[in-house]
Ligand binder design. Structure first.
Ligand SMILES: C[S@@+](CC[C@H](N)C(=O)[O-])C[C@H]1O[C@@H](n2cnc3c(N)ncnc32)[C@H](O)[C@@H]1O
Ligand code: SF4
Length: 478
């Protein structure tokens, strides 16, 4: 990979073997999805899980950034209201199933796109349906994503009314030149003002996304953004994203033509990342994953409320299941429990099947109206693949307890994965104790995606993560 283009994701970048570093972000398993309908998904009998999470996808943005990898459309498109009606109908359709109706939802996530492009009335309309149809736990951790400009006091008050207690805000940077360069339509000061407003209204947790490796970004600029955000003492967790450039994006073309500077070279980007980890750990933040950091303030409040005791880690790792604020990731990745996915292009996990909803919005709306579910692809996950799934996703949260694995699968992880684990211990990527397996710091963190993929089964070996393009291709082949 050339140092100048280290942020450009090429088609061949999804499978690299140690000692080469894999950079494809693993978030789903299995990858060998095929055609699947909602009816087929429920035809395999029903699993006995009682605790669910939900994910609701709103693929619209008011300002479409010039290098965004997500499934989204501009809100100028007239179908926003039609889409909202389809979301509500899809929720209602699922709620007719006893399997969903009887479940308790312990966490939820509104993602996008930018879900807060919906107006306050539209959001309230959606929340009303959700709370009427699903049994949402009183203390559920529910997150909604926003940009700094698509959120108003009025909307924040609606969140408060419905128990949406975590707002994840895409700040990205505090430097106005950089923000403009990547097509964001606000200033650093505006982002800070929005965070203050959310806290003042009473939103319990405000979490900020930041991106490093932006075009022309210096190490100093990145450090200023991160320390500036930490010093605010208003942010409860940070997610740090390495900026990726899609080869077909307008931003890539501008970089190639020299209109805007290239991204910093790989060595500098690595320095940026490791320095930010050090800064955050020194400031008392703990890591939930290699890119997610929780503030000492949250840890203090939660331990006072007896939510958790900080486990005896090396002072770096937070065990997600022990913290109320990180319940969503613990539920979906660590515990591998069901996740009801609503919306076009959303991914979920129900009844031991991983599934993907129709990514084309118009077709999604038609399907929900005429066929109940919008599921188009997926895969039933066998007992064996469930164990693999536990390791592939669970290890991304840095430490996995053997006792938890035994509780979930009735055997020790070493009975199933001794070859992979021993090999990675030998390479210095994992540490194995009687109690747990943990990703080593810093070497294992650097090879995070390789480690996750080492657990893939033979059927999934070498496959890319499922994505919307793959879903569309499969639809065309029908
Ligand atoms: C769905 S967006 C979050 C909400 C909102 N749409 C926004 O952008 O503020 C999720 C996050 O993905 C990250 N992201 C967006 N474009 C990216 C890119 N090209 N490379 C890496 N991360 C990116 C940003 O940090 C963004 O906040
Ligand atoms: S606002 Fe967020 S989801 Fe929308 S285009 Fe920008 S980065 Fe992508």
């Amino acid at each position: 990979m050339s140092s100048e283009n280290s942020n450009v994701i090429s088609d061949s970048s999804f499978w690299r073997e140690y000692p080469e570093r894999d950079v494809e972000f693993v978030r789903w398993y299995p990858c060998n999805v095929g055609k699947l309908s909602g009816q087929e998904m429920f035809a395999t009998g029903q699993d006995d899980s009682k605790e669910f999470s939900f994910y609701i996808h709103v693929p619209f943005c008011n300002n479409v950034c010039i290098c965004c990898p997500y499934n989204k459309f501009t809100t100028r498109s007239k179908i926003l209201q039609e889409y909202l009606e389809a979301l509500k109908l899809e929720i209602t359709n699922y709620a007719k199933q006893d399997y969903v109706k009887n479940a308790k939802f312990v966490s939820g996530y509104f993602g996008g796109g930018t879900p807060t492009t919906l107006s306050a009335e539209q959001l309230e309309d959606l929340f009303q349906t959700l709370y009427r149809e699903l049994n949402i736990a009183e203390d559920a951790s529910i997150t909604i994503e926003t940009t700094p400009v698509d959120i108003t006091e009025e909307k924040a008050k609606v969140f408060m009314k419905y128990g949406i207690n975590r707002v994840s805000i895409g700040v990205q940077a505090l430097d106005d030149v950089l923000l403009k360069r990547i097509g964001r339509n606000y200033s650093g000061d505006q982002a800070i003002a929005t965070i203050s407003m959310l806290k003042k209204i009473g939103i319990k947790h405000v979490c900020a996304d930041l991106m490093w490796g932006l075009p022309g970004q210096t190490e100093e600029e990145w450090r200023d953004t991160l320390t500036g955000m930490i010093d605010l003492k208003l942010v409860d967790s940070f997610s740090l994203y390495q900026y990726t450039v899609l080869p077909s994006s307008p931003l890539y073309l501008r970089m190639e033509r020299g209109i805007i500077p290239k991204c910093p070279d790989e060595k500098i980007q690595q320095e940026m990342y490791w320095e930010s980890v050090e800064i955050l750990h020194n400031a008392g933040f703990l890591s939930v994953s290699d890119i997610d950091f929780v503030s000492p303030h949250v840890l203090e409040i939660e331990s006072e409320a007896n939510y958790f005791t900080i486990p005896d880690t090396n002072g770096k790792v937070l065990i997600s299941k022990t913290c109320a604020m990180t319940r969503h990731v613990a539920h979906t990745w660590y515990e591998g429990k069901p996740m009801l996915a609503i919306g076009s292009g959303a991914y979920g996990y129900l009844n031991h099947s991983m599934y993907l909803n129709e990514p084309d919005i118009r077709e999604y709306i038609r399907k929900v109206k005429e066929e109940t579910y919008s599921v188009v692809m997926g895969k039933y996950v066998t007992d064996q693949e469930r164990m693999v799934r536990t390791m592939v996703l669970g290890i991304k949260l840095l430490r996995f307890y053997r006792e938890d694995f035994r509780r979930m699968h009735g055997k020790d992880m070493m009975e199933v994965f001794a070859d992979q684990i021993n090999q990675m211990v030998e390479w210095g990527l994992l540490e194995l104790t009687e109690e747990y397996v943990e990703v080593t710091f810093p070497k294992g963190w650097y090879y995070m995606e390789n480690i996750s993929k080492m657990f893939y089964s033979e059927e999934n070996y070498g496959l890319p993560q499922p994505n919307a393009t793959g879903t569309i291709l499969l639809q065309l082949l029908k």
